[in-house]
Design a protein. Structure first.
Length: 188
């Protein structure tokens, strides 16, 4: 089972964000739509709190900005027991929830994080994958055309585009949390 080499990445938390949205759609959701909702939820939480719901590598891709490691799990490129606890095997272009989890089952997520996700669902849940892709191209100035590949998006840029006070300090806090998580992952 191939896991990410990024020991700071919390696959269980990412899976809980994914299953939150997949369950909202009825336990099955188009993968591209899910990728967009996850990015928008993390972005919304950064707008509100100066910090993402979960730490990930952000990149510009053809269809808009993406949480790169979560995307690799959604594609099936990366696998872990933490992810498989919540997300089943892909069905072509669809991501499937293992169960109809309730919010109280998603223990990795705080109330504030769930509120950010609810806000994104209320605003974007009825949109199509293409509407979401177009919206992120037009309304996420941190995205840049990757010309067929992918281009990293620094957290500073997202935070700055969102008008968050002191984006450099907030981004440094995100990097510091990565270092702490990496340290503790090495202890186990």
């Amino acid at each position: 089972m191939q896991q990410t080499s990024e020991k700071w990445f919390n696959a269980k938390k990412a899976a809980q964000v994914a299953v939150f949205f997949v369950n909202k759609e009825g336990k099955k959701m188009n993968a591209l739509k899910l990728v967009k909702l996850i990015y928008l939820a993390n972005r919304e939480h950064m707008r509100q709190r100066g910090y993402p719901i979960f730490n990930d590598k952000l990149v510009s891709m053809k269809f808009g900005p993406v949480n790169s490691l979560a995307y690799d799990y959604i594609k099936g490129k990366l696998k872990s027991d933490d992810w498989k606890e919540f997300i089943g095997e892909r069905q072509k272009h669809y991501v499937v929830a293992r169960d109809a989890f309730k919010e109280e089952d998603l223990l990795e997520l705080s109330k504030a994080e769930i509120q950010s996700m609810e806000k994104v669902w209320q605003e974007f849940g009825q949109e199509t994958k293409w509407d979401l892709s177009d919206w992120t191209h037009e309304k996420c100035p941190e995205w840049e055309d990757p010309r067929g590949g992918s281009v990293p998006i620094p957290y500073e840029r997202v935070l700055q585009c969102l008008g968050v006070a002191d984006p450099h300090r907030c981004a440094e806090n995100i990097r510091e949390d990565r270092r702490i998580a990496e340290f503790f992952a090495g202890e186990s």
